[in-house]
Design a protein around this ligand. Sequence first.
Ligand SMILES: Cc1cc2nc3c(=O)[nH]c(=O)nc-3n(C[C@H](O)[C@H](O)[C@H](O)COP(=O)(O)OP(=O)(O)OC[C@H]3O[C@@H](n4cnc5c(N)ncnc54)[C@H](O)[C@@H]3O)c2cc1C
Length: 337
Amino acid sequence: MVLIMSNQKVAIMGSGPGGSYLYSLLRKKKPEIETSIFDIPADNICGIKGCAWGLNYSLFSGLCQNIGLITERYVLRKCDHVFLEDVKIDADIAVIDKPLFIHDMLSGEIPRNPLDANTETYDRIIDATGYKRAYLSSFPASRLLSTVQYRTIIPSVSVPHVFINDKSGYAWIFPLNEGEVHIGAGSLDGIQEAMREVDKLCEQYKAGAILCSCQENLWHDGPVSPVTEGKIWGLGESIGLVNPVSGAGIIPAMISAQLMLENWDDPQKYELSIWKRYSYMIKEHDIAVKMVNKKLNIIELLNEIGTLRAMSRDAGIAPQLSKIKEYSRIKGLFYQV
Ligand SMILES: Cc1cc2nc3c(=O)[nH]c(=O)nc-3n(C[C@H](O)[C@H](O)[C@H](O)COP(=O)(O)OP(=O)(O)OC[C@H]3O[C@@H](n4cnc5c(N)ncnc54)[C@H](O)[C@@H]3O)c2cc1C
């Protein structure tokens, strides 16, 4: 069914990167729509949901241009490689000032309290509430990844580092500026296991004082239907768009907002566009499960070259086939056949 509406009233619930990007797009490209944005204030120092702030630089740059923002204003660090354990992998990654970016997408506007939103009065409700998926019917049963992250000082780390957890997840150190880093871990075995892992890394890297901390859940099963239910339309993590291996969800949230705008009058076309762009994440999830269970073997992985290409593109990493021998020695990642 094709719905053609004008003079709509739209409520965006959630001001993460997905909700805020849609807000900016609607304000600029569909000013006739009355758009309001709502959120619950975060209780950490940076004021937004916990995140390491790393993303694919080139994709980010294109998305910034689309809404008239200057990419470099947000880039704290640009990196042409990352380390997975001690193995160097080419990359096109930036670590951004995400709170500033969200502030600018909202033109400084403070999102309103969702309790003040009378949802009956809106023609469309956007569920941009991340893993809470507060307006669409709840996620199918799944284990969410429990994460913990600190902001602290480790001057010796100048590019992103990712570590494979011995048990059921991974950990990371993402450099910000002035020696500060985000150091965090995620685990399928719950928050205590994630904390144990991050404390171990803090000790190993002689981290300074903890400046900020947060605990969050992360969806990692790939896209979820339904993407729309009547007047409720989802985007970003609320419809499962997080890369299951890398945990990258900022760019998919913004791209899904763009796809929603392009298919504004047709929910089916919107859902199709999401599946066309992101169905590869279902296979990526299979790879993530094998990694966690230490059952990934490199030959099998090479058979999934299409999935690997799509996930590398979205995460901003560029593994090279010529370095396959080097990758195969990454600690704990590959099950040797
Ligand atoms: C520790 C951690 C590190 C991460 N690091 C990275 C990274 O480096 N790079 C990357 O790309 N991704 C990262 N991610 C994933 C990324 O943060 C998310 O996938 C991405 O922010 C999703 O964007 P979103 O707009 O869909 O939702 P979110 O960013 O989750 O935003 C949802 C918003 O909805 C609000 N909300 C919740 N309930 C309600 C309600 N009932 N009504 C109104 N508002 C509500 C929340 O307060 C929040 O502001 C990380 C995640 C975690 C947990």
